[in-house]
Design a protein around this ligand. Sequence first.
Ligand code: OAD
Length: 240
Amino acid sequence: MIPDNLIAILRQSPRVTVLTGAGISAESGVPTFRDAQTGLWANYRPEELATPEAFQRNPKLVWDWYLWRRQLVEQAKPNLGHIALKKMVTLFPYFALITQNVDGLHQQAGSEDVIELHGNIRRTKCFAAAHIVADVLDPHLAHCPICESQIRPDVVWFGEMLPREPLVQAFHVSQECDVFLSIGTSALVQPAASLPLEAVQEGAILVEVNLAPTPLSQTADFVLQGPAGTILPDLVAQLT
Ligand code: OAD
């Protein structure tokens, strides 16, 4: 059940910013980042594979891991949480959706202008100049048609800078909002974890939707504990 006073606050808040993490896709069957890796990747940690060094050392291994994750993501469907967030854009004059996820499920649910902080696993870019490379048949062999450099998944790796434009946008919509919703993220990884704090610093109301407490919970004005796939449709239903 969503607290009545939160519904009242949202009804009079024109600017709402949402940050999602892996938890919003958990109910679509996409493992969260800190879930144990399953199957043949069980004995690898993301930190060992999602780095430029790992790719330089063994591009085939890293590409095989991403091709495995791509087919996981391609089998996944947006869940009721993604769909509720897509509907939310009609409820507020200024609505911004920032995601740390690389699965593209928000866009599949129909959300537009998604601010992708960590890239998108479905996209491929080149190493040298981040040219987006489409229609790659075998990424192990292909090279960038523009600059001939190696190609890689268009995702942010550990130790890499985030893409500048989405980051600038994310800070802007976090500092300008009336209500900030942090959904399905452990609120551990920077710079994304700073966004809700920026919002609070500018006077926004902070709402957290998560299965479990996080370091952000004690700062939140509202902590809605439970699955995003249940809580978000309830929230939208009570607002419409
Ligand atoms: P995590 O795996 O760290 O956290 C997932 C969060 O979702 C946890 O707090 C869970 O309690 C919560 N959760 C799980 N199922 C849920 C559900 N059904 N409804 C609501 N919440 C649920 O994933 P992230 O916080 O997204 O960065 O991780 C942030 C970043 O850390 C990732 O983007 C990745 C990693 O380093 C890069 O790849 C650059």
